[in-house]
Ligand binder design. Sequence first.
Ligand code: UDP
Ligand code: MG
Length: 320
Amino acid sequence: MNDTVLYIVIPCYNEESVLPVTAPLFKEQLLGMVNEGLISDKSRILFVNDGSCDKTWNIIEDLACSDEYFEGICLSRNRGHQNALIAGLEEAAPLCDISISIDCDGQDDIKAMTQMVKAYHDGSEIVYGVRNSRQTDTGFKRFTARTYYKLLSFMGADVVYDHADYRLVSSRVLKEFGNFKEVNVFLRGMFPLVGFRSSCVYYDRNERMAGKSHYPLTKMLALAFEGITSLSIKPIRFITGFGILIAILSFFMIIYTFIGYFAGNTVPGWASMSSIILFMSGVQLICLGIIGEYIGKIYLETKHRPRYIISERTFEKKED
Ligand code: UDP
Ligand code: MG
């Protein structure tokens, strides 16, 4: 009998159609690992209801009532996937030795958990679930994802290629992670910063078992932008570099203008002048926008608002 307590943390937002399908699968996997002697019988599945407007919380409560392996916490409102995940991980941290975070839609191969736990027993404190193939994604999503990971690493952000938020994290890492207090979070870029020994487990990504994605293009772009600006200040450096380049170019332009003035042909050139002005004001506005984005982040961080508020639990919280 192994005494490693595992908590599987699953954020759920309006998932009434998929939860009844996947919950038994999670339990089956958990029991399988208990029987294999990989984890303790005290391991649990912890659902985080991220302010759903449908029956998700009722389903979680029913599961927790009828089965000791299921637990749930409910956030006071929708806070988004990343915050819901942090809520679950922080809740699980004092109760477990290891946690695995996974989406509730069954897209990520649940069975890969076995390998993750084995990797933990072999000495890894963080095990990243990495997608083998993206066959079920559209060509567009595949292309944008690839480009995005490349962009992130170009910007100096340390992310594991094709790893989403399916990962095993030991309680030791969770404890250190607790010292990362920022409000703007992008978890897949933050855990590599915590360090410790890590490894990867590869799996195939499937179709959603039911319901629909909560990540339309706009939300995906928002998360992508969040990822870059919360992990890197390189965009601001590019702006500075670009500014210097423009300044050098304009120096030559001024010389050219003076020569033109003394040569007496100052009237022609209106078209080129106005296009330069239009182009430059566009560039300046974009630069101001990027800098403003960072200032906005500083503003949000200085408020020190809580990342989430838990309104209900299906279990008694142990004060630690
Ligand atoms: N999710 C959440 N809060 C949100 C949006 C999504 O907790 O505001 C959860 C959702 O229930 C799912 C996971 O995050 O478990 C991933 O969402 P989804 O499957 O819709 O994203 P996709 O896999 O399409 O990128
Ligand atoms: Mg999904």
